[in-house]
Design a protein around this ligand. Structure first.
Ligand code: HEM
Length: 866
């Protein structure tokens, strides 16, 4: 669970962050550092780059847009100037002067002409059926008031009837009629000049061309024969009539060559379409004879601005355009977007406040001139005479970069605006941003990747070192560090290797020491106790109820010095004790001490044994065998006095500086006390041992031993490992009873056979042979008799053995005597000498001879001073 209080405290003093940073691996820290440095560089470099480039780009974009605006402005100004020049030149043209004179004359003549009613009817019909409906479409919701438009003067009605109402050409092509066929002077002049004007219209593209009586205001000629043809704007009921303004302007400034301009406004004669006029006085000589007026063609204006809608070619791309704006804040050129997609345009400008009717008019007139409101700040600035650049919201509601300037136009206060949506204008900036961003990301990814590789390369020696250190701490000593670099890590690895080797060496030394210690410990302590001690158990002391202790005293060492050199003695003793040690384990005993003259071993101590006494006695017998074998090998005369006692002991590890596993208590004391009571190479044991193994071997009881402080102890001596079975004793006795009657013969046979087998024996017998035969048979009879209670005869048998040693009888002679005895019995008993009988005799003979041999051997040892 998190402790919020603690977390808060950590956060406050910053230790949490430090802690976390501290937890980072060097690899992570390196990567973070590289990434951080790269990030910093990227931010700084990109920042400076961005700041510099974007400023340059911005000014470049602004320059470009201003350039476009300037070009467009110049194009339009030049077009307008041309227009002025054209009108000026046309007014001075002789044909025009003549046309003015002639058409005006013709017109005058018609002033008082009678107009038949059917002409008026036809004219009415034209107005009602053709003109008013079309006008109404553009005028609505304002209603058409017929009296306002229908011509009043006679000349007007005359000419409109002939050139409009009865003109067979459809509306829009009324100019095709050259001769109305009325034969009037007007028609003559018209026929004469209409083609000439057609050439001018074709050449300059005027919407219409007018010749006007400068005094009366009568339009004596119009090329296209619209409803203003032959009318008088000065008398028009239409207060908005732009032509009226023009006539008045020219009347006010009648100077030859001066050009008057009337700005766009809805013109009823053109079905309320926006119309602007240019006019100049016509002079004949120094007399002003009329006015030449042209209706400025919208297409030409648009062409001057858009260059045939080639916006992209002008550098205005997808969202840019240039347009003119008048003092009424209405457009003076057609919007690019209207031309390109009127439907979309409508949807867009509806949102910015353009009403439905205006949109309808745009559709009707196919232009946005004098219809589209431009309320932008750029338009305002341009109309106020300022020139500049701004980010503005335009008439379509788009955020645009807008370059504006007022135009230098004769009589018109217009401005021109070139603009482009900010998104597109500044696209190079955004592209730059994206490029910078992508470059930064690629750079950072690259740095991260390289950082990861670098960190890996940089930290791999550390990792190897850590792995090696880990192995080392896990106990793997044979650790190699594969750092091959020559840098500081290489140095570190070298030093680490040295440390590891040193550690390895120390470990090995320690292991050797430990093994030595273990061996030492096992030498001092029983294996199981040594093991417990190694496990850390220091205080070891326990009571054992049933153990058997053996105490063997080595006799004859002093005598050894006479026979053997010290190295030989050492070799003999080492071999002897090694063999004892090997045996002691085999029999399941534990050696207790390490004195050179005695050997103490216990059975049943660290491991409980139910047959501890039997094992101990068998080990004692093994010891006797070992010592006899070595005596033969070394020609030595070592002997053991072995005492064995069973009972309870206390055992424990004694000492701190010099360890020892000791047993103490009454049992141990008795065993050691009895040690010198045993005969050489005889095993002396107490009642507690005898009781356990009485059935295994043959013993004789010794006189009781007095032990100081404890009293008397009963002891037995093991005389032979043979144990006669009662059935065999009986067989021996019963068969011997059969030989008894022929004892003399048998004895004779025996000796004859013996000397036959071994003639050298004869010399051993010094006395009378007959006497010898008798003694032998008597003794045999006694021995056979005594087999039932061996204790009774053993001392005598031992004595006989010792006596025989005196006669020069050696241990190995007994086998031949045994053979002669068995042969004799076979002769005497005949068929009754069955295999069981033979076996029983073999046993009995071996039993007796063993005792005799042991006694003889002990005597020999005693004799040589062991
Ligand atoms: C169980 C085996 C033996 C028995 C029961 C036995 C019995 C006897 C007896 C009773 C005597 C007379 C002792 C005396 O005068 O006080 C004797 C003497 C003698 N025995 Fe044995 N003996 C045995 C084995 C041997 C053997 C293996 C030899 C070896 C060759 C041997 C050679 C002699 C000799 C040389 C004498 C002394 C003769 C003399 O005094 O001139 N005996 N033995």
């Amino acid at each position: 669970m998190l402790n919020p209080q603690k977390g808060l405290r950590k956060l406050r003093d910053g230790s949490l962050i430090r802690l976390k940073l501290g937890d980072w691996t060097i690899k992570s820290k390196l990567q973070a550092l590289l990434l951080g440095v790269s990030l910093g560089s990227v931010v700084v470099v990109s920042g400076i780059g961005w700041y510099q480039t974007q400023a340059t780009l911005r000014s470049k974009i602004a320059e470009q847009l201003s350039g476009i605006r300037t070009t467009k402005a110049e194009q339009f100004e030049s077009y307008f100037e041309n227009l002025n020049n054209q009108v000026g030149m046309l007014a001075a043209d002789g044909n025009i002067v003549k046309a003015m004179v002639e058409l005006n004359g013709g017109f005058r003549n018609l002033d008082r002409n009678f107009i038949p009613p059917e002409w008026d009817t036809a004219l009415d019909a034209y107005y009602t059926e053709q003109f008013f409906p079309r006008l109404q479409k553009n005028l609505s919701p304002e209603a058409v008031i017929p009296s306002v438009y229908q011509p009043l003067g006679q000349a007007a009605r005359y000419l409109q009837y002939h050139y409009i109402a009865s003109n067979p050409n459809p509306v829009g092509k009324k100019d095709h009629l050259l001769d109305a066929g009325d034969g009037s002077a007007y028609t003559k002049a018209h026929t004469k000049y209409q083609k000439f004007f057609a050439g001018i219209i074709k050449q300059f593209g005027y919407y219409d061309l007018f010749l006007i009586n400068h005094k009366t205001g009568d339009i004596v000629y119009s090329y296209f024969k619209e409803s203003d043809f032959a009318t008088n704007p000065l008398q028009s009921f239409d207060s908005q009539n732009a032509l009226k303004d023009l006539v008045q302007a020219v009347q006010t400034n009648p100077t030859q060559g001066s050009i008057q301009v009337v700005d766009f406004k809805p013109y009823r004669a053109s079905y309320n379409a926006p119309a602007a006029f240019l006019g100049t006085p016509i002079y004949s000589g120094s007399n002003m004879i009329g006015i030449l007026a042209v209706q400025i063609p919208i297409e030409k204006i648009d062409q001057a601005i858009s260059r045939k809608n080639n916006w992209e070619g002008s550098g205005l791309q997808k969202t840019g355009e240039a347009y003119l704006v008048g003092t009424d804040f209405l457009m003076r050129s057609t919007s690019r977007f209207w031309v390109e997609d009127p439907k979309k345009y409508e949807t867009v400008v509806r949102y910015t406040g353009t009403d439905k009717r205006t949109l309808q008019l745009m559709e009707n007139f196919n232009t946005t001139i004098s219809l589209q409101k431009i309320n932008s700040s750029a338009a305002k600035a341009a109309l106020e005479g300022q020139q500049g650049m701004m980010v503005d919201r335009n008439y379509r509601g788009a955020e645009v970069l807008s370059s504006y300037t007022p135009l230098k136009l004769n009589g018109l206060n217009w401005g021109i605006i070139a603009e482009m949506e900010v998104g597109e204008a500044y696209r190079p900036l955004y592209t730059l941003q994206v490029i910078l961003l992508i470059a930064a990301v690629i750079f950072l990814l690259g740095t991260a990747f390289l950082g990861a590789i670098a960190a890996r390369i940089f930290t791999s020696p550390l990792r190897l070192l850590t792995d090696s250190a880990r192995k080392l701490s896990a106990g793997e000593m044979d650790v190699d560090v594969e750092v091959k670099s020559l840098d500081e890590f290489g140095e570190l690895a070298k030093e680490f290797k040295k440390v590891a080797n040193k550690l390895h060496q120390t470990e090995e030394e320690l292991e050797t020491k430990k093994q030595e210690n273990d061996i030492l410990l096992q030498n001092i302590l029983p294996r199981a106790i040594a093991e417990r001690r190694k496990q850390g158990e220091l205080s070891i002391a326990e009571n054992f109820k049933q153990v058997t202790i053996l105490n063997a005293h080595l006799a004859g060492i002093a005598e050894l010095n006479k026979r053997l050199s010290p190295p030989e003695i050492t070799k003999l003793l080492t071999e002897l004790f090694d063999e004892f040690d090997n045996s002691v384990e085999r029999y399941g005993l534990e050696r207790q001490n390490s004195l050179s003259t005695s050997y103490v071993a216990v059975c049943g101590l660290s491991e409980a044994r139910f047959d501890h006494s039997k094992r101990t006695v068998d080990f004692a017998l093994a010891m006797l065998e070992i010592i006899q074998r070595l005596n033969i090998n070394y020609n030595s005369a070592l002997a053991l006095r072995i005492s064995i006692h069973a009972g309870s002991v206390t055992a424990g590890v004694v000492g701190t500086q010099r360890l020892g596993y000791s047993i103490w208590g009454e049992t141990a004391y008795i065993t050691s006390s009895l040690q010198n009571k045993a005969d050489l190479n005889y095993i002396l044991l107490t009642g507690s041992v005898y009781d356990r193994i009485a059935d295994s071997y043959t013993f004789i009881q010794n006189p009781v031993v007095k032990i100081p402080g404890l009293g008397e102890v009963e002891t037995w001596t093991l005389v032979t490992t043979r144990k006669l079975v009662l059935s065999q004793v009986e067989l021996v006795q019963s068969s011997f009873a059969k030989v008894k009657p022929i004892a003399g013969q048998a004895a004779e046979l025996f000796y004859n056979r013996l000397f036959e087998l071994e003639p050298s024996f004869r010399s051993l017998f010094k006395g009378n042979m007959k006497e010898q035969e008798r003694k032998l048979m008597t003794t045999l009879a006694l021995a056979v008799e005594g087999l039932r209670q061996p204790d009774q005869i053993i001392p005598a048998v031992q004595k006989l053995g010792r006596d025989h040693a005196g006669y020069g009888v050696k241990a190995e002679y007994y086998d031949i005597v045994g053979e002669a005895l068995l042969w004799t019995l076979a002769q005497g008993l005949g068929e009754e000498f069955t295999t069981p009988v033979r076996k029983a005799w073999e046993e009995a003979y071996t039993f007796l001879s063993e005792i005799m041999k042991e006694a003889a051997a002990e005597l020999e040892l005693s004799n040589i001073g062991v």
